[in-house]
Design a protein around this ligand. Structure first.
Ligand SMILES: [Zn+2]
Length: 106
């Protein structure tokens, strides 16, 4: 049995100070964990999005042949490509095909 005489209560304020510093510590730690998780999330989303764009671009690029792209050169450069889809295909193709890009820039 503990002797009530030797048991002294915590000095007032001590307990809440301890509690505050603990809370502070926990907050800081969970914030860091949150930031780390957020970073990983953004990194993953970012690379997924980038990958998706590259992937869809290269799929676009192969939907149209060099021959078609070269045939459409003067029409494209004159800004007379009627369909948005075709213009996008040409742009994607040019982004992936140096040969056609050089022809268009010439
Ligand atoms: Zn090409």
């Amino acid at each position: 049995m503990s002797d009530p005489e030797t048991w002294s209560p915590c000095p007032s304020g001590e307990l809440s100070k301890l509690q505050k510093s603990l809370e502070h510590d926990i907050n800081r730690r969970s914030r860091r964990r949150f930031l780390a998780a957020g970073g990983v999330f953004f990194l993953a989303t970012g690379s997924l999005v980038t990958w998706g764009i590259l992937e869809s671009n290269s799929r676009y690029a192969h939907k149209i042949s060099c021959r078609e792209v070269l045939d459409l050169r003067s029409t494209y450069l004159a800004g007379r490509i009627e369909s948005d889809e075709k213009r996008k295909l040409i742009q994607a193709h040019l982004a992936h095909c140096p040969k056609c890009r050089i022809a268009y820039e010439a």
